[in-house]
Design a protein around this ligand. Structure first.
Ligand code: G3P
Length: 216
């Protein structure tokens, strides 16, 4: 399973990259706004900087919702760097745009996916990645990890090549459960990634080894 970091924060992207386990980055308008990135030029420059830090897939989301505008915006984003994956929302014009981008050699990540039906449509349109938002599904009293397992099963039966990118990850346990359920990629904030390092028995064991090492 690949690890992406789900942030537009450059310090956090660098920290995850320095850990040596980072395969890519996902952003969205909320994450860009959180970093105070405003205006087309600033947005493009921010993506350029992220591409310089991480040599992997970088999802850049379109803000348009109408077919022609999505295409124009996606082409601009894709021109920033060969690693840019154009992130397109799961709406009717979005699916049409995903098909257009696929036919024109531009990779896409279909975002805001909350059902297996939506994932199938995105895969049929040729999306490189499909992003089920598992935390938000949990928030609405459904099981987000179950959706990952269902989509993984369908894609395996049907031979879809679209990668399942588990998004809206809230905890280290989510990451483990998504790995178990067949996600190809997990995109996570930094804390759940770092949380995977932790176990109290590791700390106790290391303290004992270091203490005993003094007697050697
Ligand atoms: O990858 C999607 C993610 O940014 C949404 O996360 O926590 O706002 O549901 P959250």
């Amino acid at each position: 399973m690949k690890f992406f970091i789900d942030t537009a924060n450059l310090a956090q992207i660098k920290e995850a990259h320095d850990l040596g386990i980072l395969d890519g980055v996902t952003t969205n308008p909320s994450l860009m706004a959180k970093e105070g990135i405003k205006g087309e030029e600033a947005i493009i420059n921010h993506y350029k900087t992220i591409c310089e830090i991480v040599d992997g897939d970088i999802s850049a989301e379109v803000l348009s919702t109408e077919f022609n505008a999505i295409i124009a915006e996606g082409q601009k984003l894709a021109a920033i760097h060969p690693n840019i994956v154009v992130k397109v929302p799961m709406i009717k014009d979005g699916v049409k745009a995903i098909k257009w981008f696929t036919d024109n050699g531009i990779r896409t990540n279909c975002t805001l996916v909350f059902s297996a039906g939506q994932a199938i449509l995105a895969a049929k349109a040729g999306a490189a990645m499909v992003s089920p938002f598992i935390g938000r599904i949990d928030d609405s009293n459904w099981d987000g990890v179950d959706l990952i397992a269902q989509i993984a099963n369908i894609f395996s039966i049907q031979g879809f090549k679209t990668e399942i990118l588990a998004a809206s990850i809230r905890s280290s346990l989510h990451i483990v459960k998504c790995a178990e359920a067949g996600a190809d990629i997990c995109t996570c904030p930094l804390d759940p990634i770092l949380g995977m390092l932790k176990h109290p028995l590791t700390d106790i064991g290391l303290a004992k080894f270091l203490e005993d090492a003094k007697k050697m």
